[in-house]
Design a protein around this ligand. Structure first.
Ligand SMILES: *Cc1c(COP(=O)(O)O)cnc(C)c1O
Length: 850
């Protein structure tokens, strides 16, 4: 048979002069959070807009000339177009607020933010899940706040995979290439030529191209290797996000870390703070050390200078989320680079190895190469402190330098436009009050019927969306329309207004997507009660190499096809940001059942809450702080020491108890008004308590105050006088490390004592400092009450002991302290190395107790 070759031709229109700034709007990710801009494209040609999956650049290439011409003569359209443009211009012209300028003056400061994935919008598929969306939200909020900020990432031609679920419930992963001209990016030029950076790889040099994405006020630069200077294999290094093998991964990370710094350099950016978001980007530390060493600093001094200006954020306690490379792989991949850079392999390897180990952990590199570190919720902060505690071996985990900032979500991106219109009517100032909890009590003043009608409208849109998605899935799988109809009958029944529960996220096993099925008989009874039916909607991708994760998809798919459950369980394929926005704003309850304490933060529940959905979740991650007893439902995790199967059973029973005895009855407790007053009250509690605390502006301002501002200050101090302070600090640390094994302390005098509450006690400590002086250390007394009684205590009270005398080799420290508590109290004495130039008093990880 004769094969016919098809050639494709794309006839692109010319954008009429009256609409010429549409191009500009298509090239600024401002569209990813501004519904007005997206509305313009949708209005020109809705079916095409949906067909191109909300991609403005692709839309402008494919739209018919006559549609554009019509729009350019349509007065109503033109006036909307002008209104949107003037909003856009006003956004770009806005100056940063005083709280930003005070802490990070744009004239003298710049934050450089590195991440392996960025999730801005479904039209820009270079993200896989929570980490990417969070990075996108961070950039968007940085733009809103007018922060001096630049971001670095990688451009993956194929991004993450596209998921379908076949008739047997198997996940099928498909990759699709995206050409750069259909993405909201432009090639970066320098001196009239395309900017390229090169990075030494084993036996060759890899060249990366550079792309710029506009995100309102800020810029994101992306590197990719798809260029003819590279051999075929290297051209594919940036093909897929989290694809390939270990060697692909380490190569991608060299591009991101080392290449990323070279891009900033070539473009003459001078960051004063460096934020490494997850271990993937930690190699930037090496490249910055190399640069600093050119000025004559030792590796140790360069590391002090680099680390002082760096924040490292760790994002998961799950081992698979941390890159661990073998010594051989690191030696092979980095060898050429290190040799050319004059960096010593053993010293570099030590930064990434756990004590004595033969593997290299990117998280350890991130932590040792930074002086500021955080987890992403209160619970995760303490879990990470324990997990990474050996970096500060003598410091109790609760005191080591890992802090936390709880993740938040970008409200303009994830709040449904229907809610923002309602807020606009109620109180137009809401957009500038996102961090003000008192302000948000205004939600209570929205009339219940009005509040519920917005939710109901969004729920209906969600229902229609599910019908359409499911229809496509089942037609392709040959199961046809009748199945879709049966599956969605409950969901779209307006007279029943069925309770809908959503669960959508990556199918990683620790998220326990199937926990709710633990007692199937009981669940079936709850879901299929004809008077009070319940529908569960699931969606999510499992990593192509994660077969247990894919098995979960199959289990849910099979249950959804089960005759008695059909219509009560739905699973949708290809979860992305567009689907997230629909589901999160349309469901009544958002379910999350992670295995404590593995959900570092989670953010989808926050997105659901700001849209009025109620969270039903294990008290882990952000919900550990968000739940207040009246704004959703909580499952208390069982002790982690128990048998996992027993834990699952217990927590599943709590889940079904809540569902059967509280959630379903409350939802269906409708009087004549057609909705439940109790439900609306809870939903309002949720919206008003969560909106001002878990949004990305609050998160980014926390980063500014707690980390960016101090790191910028520390970095500048270290850099003074060609790194003199860094050099002194590095030498001091070496002196301390050498002396430390010979340092000892003992107490002198009373160990058990009594005194009247209004007098003072004297404490005396003798120390052998082994060559260090009293100025090199701190001696501290911590006091905690044995029994607090009615007395509130917030951690131990601290008293410093001063040097009293020197007796030969012995230094005596003393203090007179008033007993801070009435009655019995415990005193603990300790000594640790201290220097004014440290970023954190305990960063050396050394401490002796009596
Ligand atoms: C918010 C979001 C996530 C993160 O979900 P969590 O499981 O709550 O962390 C993942 N994917 C998409 C598309 C999202 O919008």
């Amino acid at each position: 048979m004769h094969e016919v070759t098809h050639f494709r031709l794309e006839a692109s229109p010319r954008v009429p002069e009256a609409l010429e700034r549409l191009d500009e709007l298509a090239n600024d990710l401002f569209y990813s959070w501004n519904h007005g801009v997206r509305g313009l494209f949708a209005r020109i040609d809705l079916p095409l807009w949906q067909k191109v999956e909300h991609n403005p650049k692709l839309f402008l290439r494919r739209v018919a000339q006559e549609r554009l011409d019509e729009a350019s003569e349509d007065r109503a359209f033109l006036s909307e177009y002008r209104r949107i443009l003037s909003n856009y211009d006003a956004y770009l012209e806005a100056e940063p607020g005083p709280e930003v300028v005070e802490k990070l003056d744009p004239d003298t400061s710049l934050v450089a933010y590195f991440c392996a994935e960025f999730g801005f919008h479904e039209s820009f598929p270079i993200y896989s899940g929570g980490l990417g969306i969070l990075a996108g939200d961070h950039c968007k909020a940085a733009s809103d706040l007018g922060l001096p900020f630049v971001a670095i990432g990688l451009l993956y031609q194929q991004g993450y995979f596209i998921q379908s679920i076949d008739p047997q419930g198997q996940q099928v992963a498909r990759y699709q290439s995206h050409s750069s001209d259909e993405l909201p990016i432009t090639p970066v030029e320098k001196d009239g030529e395309l900017l390229k950076v090169s990075i030494p790889f084993p036996g060759r040099t890899v060249v990366a191209r550079v792309w710029e994405a506009r995100v309102g006020h800020i810029r994101l630069y992306l590197l990719d290797t798809h260029t003819t200077e590279n051999n075929k294999e290297d051209q594919e290094l940036t093909l897929q996000l989290y694809g390939g093998d270990e060697s692909t991964r380490i190569s991608q990370e060299m591009l991101l870390g080392i290449g990323g710094i070279r891009v900033l350099d070539a473009l003459d950016f001078k960051p004063t703070v460096w934020h490494i978001n997850e271990g993937h980007a930690a190699f930037q530390i090496l490249e910055r050390c190399r640069q600093t060493m050119i000025n004559g600093l030792s590796f140790e001094a360069a590391l002090e200078a680099v680390a002082a200006a760096t924040l490292f954020t760790t994002h998961t306690p799950v081992p698979a989320g941390h890159d661990i490379f073998s010594r051989g792989l690191v030696h092979h991949a980095l060898g050429t680079y290190l040799k050319e850079s004059g960096l010593d392999f053993e010293k570099v390897f030590a930064l990434g190895s756990k004590t004595g180990g033969d593997t290299f952990n990117m998280t350890s590199l991130g932590l040792r190469g930074s002086r500021f570190h955080n987890g992403v919720s209160r619970i995760h902060g303490s879990v990470a402190s324990v997990m990474e505690g050996e970096i500060w071996p003598q410091i109790p985990a609760s005191e080591n330098p890992i802090g936390y900032i709880t993740n938040g979500v970008h409200v303009p991106t994830f709040l449904a436009p229907e809610w923002s219109s309602l807020f606009d009517i109620q109180t137009p100032a809401w957009k500038s009050e996102l961090r003000n909890p008192e302000f948000w009590t205004f939600v209570d003043s929205i009339p219940d019927y009005h509040y519920w009608s917005v939710h109901k409208a969004l729920k209906q849109q969600m229902g229609e969306f599910v019908v359409e998605q499911l229809g496509r899935q089942h037609v392709r799988n040959g199961t046809g329309h009748s199945v879709t109809e049966r599956m969605t009958r409950q969901l779209v029944s307006p007279e029943k207004d069925t309770l809908v529960i959503g669960f959508a996220r990556r199918f990683a096993t620790y998220k326990r997507a199937t926990l709710i099925f633990s007692d199937l008989e009981r669940l079936e009874r709850i879901l299929t009660n004809p008077d009070q039916p319940v529908v569960l909607v699931f969606a999510g991708k499992a990593h192509p190499k994660d077969s247990p994760g894919q098995q979960l998809i199959k289990v849910i798919h099979d249950l959804s096809m089960h005759p008695t459950l059909m219509g009560h369980i739905i699973i949708l394929e290809d979860y992305d940001q567009a689907m997230a926005r629909r589901l999160l704003s349309g469901v009544d309850v958002w379910l999350n059942t992670p295995e404590y304490p593995k959900e570092a933060s989670g953010t989808s529940g926050e997105k659901a809450a700001i849209n009025g959905a109620l969270n039903l979740s294990v008290l882990d991650g952000w919900w550990g702080e968000g739940y207040d007893g009246s704004n959703g439902w909580a499952i208390t995790p069982r002790d982690t020491g128990l048998d996992p199967e027993f834990r699952n059973e217990e927590e599943a029973r709590d889940l079904l108890d809540l569902l059967e005895f509280e959630i379903v009855p409350l939802y269906y407790d409708r009087a004549s008004q057609g909705y439940s007053k109790g439900w609306v009250e809870r939903s309002k509690n949720s919206m008003k308590s969560i909106m001002p605390r878990f949004n990305a502006q609050r998160m980014v301002m926390d980063y500014v105050e707690r980390y960016y501002c101090p790191a910028s200050g520390q970095g500048k101090k270290m850099a003074e006088a060609d790194g003199a302070v860094a050099t002194e600090l590095a030498e001091w640390k070496q002196r301390v490390r050498n002396a430390w094994p010979g340092v000892s302390i003992r107490v002198q005098g009373c160990v058990e004592c009594r005194c009247p509450f209004d007098e003072t006690v004297e404490l005396r400590v003798e120390a052998e400092l082994n060559g260090l002086t009293a100025d090199d250390v701190r001696v501290e007394c911590l006091v905690t009450p044995e029994c607090t009684g009615s007395h509130e205590s917030s951690g131990p009270d601290r008293f410093l002991l001063e040097q009293e005398e020197q007796r030969g080799e012995t230094t005596v420290f003393s203090a007179r302290i008033p007993p801070p508590y009435p009655g019995l109290q415990t005193l603990r004495l300790r000594l640790y190395p201290y220097n004014d130039s440290l970023s954190h008093p305990l960063e050396m990880g050394a401490m002796l107790w009596i």
